[in-house]
Design a protein around this ligand. Sequence first.
Ligand SMILES: CC(C)(COP(=O)(O)OP(=O)(O)OC[C@H]1O[C@@H](n2cnc3c(N)ncnc32)[C@H](O)[C@@H]1OP(=O)(O)O)[C@@H](O)C(=O)NCCC(=O)NCCS
Length: 172
Amino acid sequence: MNATTDLRLAPARRGDLPRIAALARTAIEAGLGHAWTETRLGRSLRHPETMVLVAHARAPVPPAELGTAFAFAGFGIMFYGDSRAHLNLLGVEPRFRRLGIGRRILRWLERSALEAGTFEVGLELRAANGAAQAFYRALGYEPAGRVPGYYEGVEDALRMRRDLRATPAGRP
Ligand SMILES: CC(C)(COP(=O)(O)OP(=O)(O)OC[C@H]1O[C@@H](n2cnc3c(N)ncnc32)[C@H](O)[C@@H]1OP(=O)(O)O)[C@@H](O)C(=O)NCCC(=O)NCCS
């Protein structure tokens, strides 16, 4: 994927919310209740200290109904607190995974944190989600504890964090 011509990152619009909610439900909340509804995502969209970033990528074979070569590819939601930022959610559509899109979304959100003078990013993820753990480790995140039963009492959460002042791991 060509970094400049094949991917567009921009703040989400209301029209993106159904796709974000659907991806959150299938890719992140599978087996749990649907917490990240369009209503809740709409609150994030309006929240002054939260960024909902959406990625559209040039699809190799776009579905005819899209009428454009660009398709919804993923999203990330970050809350910017005074001393630390928190990554609330991140997801990439299955057909667009392992193309560097998750990395691009997260690095964009991290740069915004740095510009706001925030140097630490934290997140929780499902303890059984080995792929996401590998992804975050590849991007310089370190384990920062485990929270038993964090997800509706049925699954633990792993906490991970990254000091944005530290030398980035691997590619930027
Ligand atoms: C985790 C997720 C966001 C990664 O997005 P992605 O666009 O596929 O990731 P990238 O292509 O940017 O990967 C960057 C690096 O992370 C690592 N990585 C990503 N996915 C991985 C996997 N499934 N297994 C092992 N390492 C992985 C690799 O080092 C990769 O670099 P490489 O492809 O050059 O080897 C995506 O798999 C996803 O949406 N999963 C479902 C939702 C989810 O688990 N979200 C996170 C918790 S909220």
